[in-house]
Design a binder for this molecule. Structure first.
Ligand SMILES: NC(=O)c1ccc[n+]([C@@H]2O[C@H](COP(=O)([O-])OP(=O)(O)OC[C@H]3O[C@@H](n4cnc5c(N)ncnc54)[C@H](OP(=O)(O)O)[C@@H]3O)[C@@H](O)[C@H]2O)c1
Length: 173
């Protein structure tokens, strides 16, 4: 029996849980250190999982050296690209596929609807969250639309540029 792929979620959010001021926001309110943290961790893991809304606004170079699975019910309308696979099943089926393929860890990189779906189904093992010293109130919410009651254990915490807090949590299941 293969070991289940560990799912680590990565997000940059304001204090009030907003991950983009509007759809396709450039995230220029995050620091260089946070971008470096994201780049190095996702390249190390080699696999990213994302939703189709995020995929539509990601620049091409973001898929460099990382195989990416895009969850979508409409693969035919999305641009095809090297290192990108479209997946139309349920989140648990994707984790099962990655486990069968022998991937130890995958980075869940958003956006909010995808984070919410994976949390709801208890598929997330760790959360790396960068909290920017910002409050937006309006924008794309980072945790989807479904009710959650997720319990976390703080594993580590550090300070990044622009006054951000980087925290790593384990999701209690
Ligand atoms: N600050 C950050 O760290 C960060 C990280 C990621 C994204 N973002 C921002 O967040 C925004 C995108 O987030 P979003 O919440 O609008 O969308 P999203 O999570 O990127 O994509 C959601 C879409 O994925 C598809 N999908 C397929 N299976 C799904 C499932 N099981 N659960 C949920 N969606 C599923 C659906 O579209 P179809 O089936 O119709 O294709 C759905 O509308 C962008 O503006 C991006 O810049 C910020």
């Amino acid at each position: 029996m293969s070991l289940q792929t560990k799912i680590s979620m990565f997000l940059l959010q304001s204090l009030d849980g907003i991950i983009a001021k509007k759809q396709g926001d450039s995230l220029d309110w995050g620091s260089f250190e946070d971008k470096e943290h994201f780049r190095s961790k996702t390249k190390q893991m080699g696999i990213m999982i994302m939703g189709s809304n995020l995929y539509k606004v990601m620049p091409e170079h973001a898929f460099d050296k990382r195989l990416t699975y895009v969850l979508t019910s409409n693969p035919n309308v999305l641009r095809k690209q090297k290192n990108v696979e479209f997946f139309s099943g349920k989140p648990a089926e994707l984790v099962e596929l990655l486990s069968r393929k022998g991937f130890h860890e995958a980075a869940l990189v958003g956006g909010g609807l995808i984070y919410g779906s994976f949390l709801k189904e208890k598929l997330v093992d760790e959360i790396w969250v960068t909290i920017a010293p910002k409050i937006f109130v309006e924008g794309v919410f980072g945790y989807g639309k479904e009710k959650l009651d997720t319990d976390l254990e703080l594993l580590e915490i550090s300070k990044l540029g622009k006054g951000e807090i980087l925290a790593r949590y384990r999701v209690r299941k």
